[in-house]
Design a binder for this molecule. Sequence first.
Ligand SMILES: Cc1ncc(COP(=O)(O)O)c(C=O)c1O
Length: 419
Amino acid sequence: MSADLFEKLRNNMGPLGMHHKEAHGYFTFPKLEGELSPHMNFNGKTVLNWSINNYLGLGNHPEIRKVDEEAAKEWGLAYPMGSRMMSGNTSKHEYLESELSKFVNKEDTILVNFGYQGILSLIDAVVDRRDIIVYDAESHACIIDGVRLHQGKRFVFKHNDIENCEKQLERASKLAEETGGAILVITEGVFGMTGNQGKLKEIVNLKDKFHFRLLVDDAHGFGTLGPKGEGTGVEQGVQNEIDIYFSTFAKSMASIGAFISSDKDIVRFLRYNMRSQIFAKSLPMPLVIGGIKRLEMIMKSTEHKDQLWRVANALQKGFKESGFNIGATKSAVTPVYLNGTVAEATHLAYDLRENYDIFCSIVTYPVVPKGVILLRMIPTAAHTLEDVQTTIDAFNAISKKLNAGAYKKDNLVEASQLV
Ligand SMILES: Cc1ncc(COP(=O)(O)O)c(C=O)c1O
């Protein structure tokens, strides 16, 4: 008799799901409630929140809220119905695309409904079994999953290691000669866990030696880097050499949706070949009108980006001055690396939330190496320098406790006694 599928799933909940009993509602699926801001309600009290990608603080900006509200009132969530190709196209969708193209300095842009699904479908559309993908080992899950759809060969290069990238390009070029295929290199503008910028400039330089097209996922760079927030390509002076530029609305734009910008004929190809767009409903009007407003605010003034960087710089400087290891971040993403076991990480995070009222994402093995605890801080324009100081003080206190073994199982006391 064959196995029962449900039985199999019940017996193996997966690497994250296996912890659901202890973690659900607290470490996984926590509820941050109240107005979207750095101070939100969690578990019955207000916490200082460093875990949302509302980089520019636009999520709850009164002008944005007003436009979102009016658009929802005027259009509802249904219009337009159907996919862009069949019945879901509007002048507003096209206008947002043309404004995005201008801002990121590309000929044309296609909107997609989610970044994750968009990248996946983009990769699926542009390469066939003869083509070869070369991609960074620490790429976001949506890139990895897009690569999984690819029916041809793929070569992964060590994270941000240009020598290794070159080696993989040599292998890819040899193979491409045999198959008659093309090469697509994929990396990110800013890696969301570590805050490292992708080495776009160095990768672009490899175009002198190898023939490939470059796709950059700039989810965390758009809005935060470049003189006006145009992204990592502009920041590094290589925007023209990025062949396909992608970003999501889920971060600086504080909404839902994403976009892909490239040459006019390539975007035309995407419009007619991306299965996620041909076979799915187009973005509802309030999201498009809200997107236009957000982009207008980003293009009009750098005040939100400047405030983000005031906070991010103070946070990063404060951590460094206190002796914390924040790695090699070159973006607003601020990782704090501590040493300890997964159990210590859990107790430390509990202490931080319950006794210091600070909420941030905690990342442990297997996402980071064994023995490393990564506390990932996302500063936003809505934070204040006072929030920064409170946080540095709290981190000094918890790291002292961590080093003294206070979070080891044998020494553990009730959370209320930890302070
Ligand atoms: C680097 C990166 N790419 C893509 C995505 C997916 O974007 P979306 O949330 O719009 O699906 C994310 C996370 O949101 C991301 O961090």
